[in-house]
Unconditional design. Structure first.
Length: 210
């Protein structure tokens, strides 16, 4: 006869009158997988996303002793767990549920890799990400490099062209400027004397041509 039933992380412990204790997986024996998923979420990276440079792998877990990220079913990285997430109060009953860990995707080979959230040694389903690199784990000496892109000509179009700048700490391009075409006309006339500024202006002027 069952006399006690206790929920814990990923398991249900059932005590019997004979003193026998049975431990069964939620998702396998009781079909409680939706409950587990409702109490934890890997938010970044997203499934089938493109990853490069240094980014934060993050999400939230209602309760855990240890949170890890598993890469390619073999690399385990401990995450910082317990940061404030007010948006998890309804699911968890409290807010100190955030986790995060820095990942340098350039340490992996280019191509498709898998990522999974592991809570107290129980790992969730893998998601796939596509990793792109410049062939080096960490590029140096390129800070302040800039390129212009005609994002205003995309479909659907962004409101303005975009100037991307290289940030060494992130090992990635970030949005530096989003000038309107009127601003390009005023700020690029006359053209800058330095070659880098002239090149950016010429590219922006081309983006603003009808």
């Amino acid at each position: 006869m069952i006399i006690a039933q206790e929920k814990s992380k990923g398991y249900v412990k059932v005590s019997y009158g004979s003193g026998f204790i049975a431990i069964v997986m939620w998702s396998v024996m009781l079909g409680w997988a939706p409950l587990v998923q409702a109490q934890q979420r890997l938010e970044n990276p997203g499934p089938n996303s493109f990853q490069s440079g240094i980014t934060v792998i993050s999400g939230w877990v209602c309760r855990a002793q240890r949170v890890q990220i598993r890469i390619d079913d073999q690399i385990f990285i401990d995450a910082v767990y317990g940061t404030g997430r007010e948006d998890t109060r309804d699911q968890c009953g409290d807010t100190n549920n955030g986790f995060s860990v820095l990942a340098n995707w350039s340490e992996l080979n280019e191509g498709v890799h898998t990522v999974a959230l592991c809570v107290d040694s129980v790992c969730g389903n893998n998601i796939s990400v596509a990793v792109t690199t410049y062939g080096s784990r960490f590029l140096r000496g390129l800070d302040a490099s800039a390129i212009a892109a005609c994002t205003n000509r995309l479909s659907p179009a962004f409101p303005t062209p975009t100037v991307f700048t290289w940030q060494e700490g992130l090992q990635n391009w970030t949005v530096g400027l989003t000038p309107t075409c009127n601003e390009v006309d005023s700020q690029c006339s006359p053209l800058p004397a330095d070659s880098a500024g002239r090149r950016i202006c010429l590219d922006l002027i081309d983006c603003c041509r009808l």
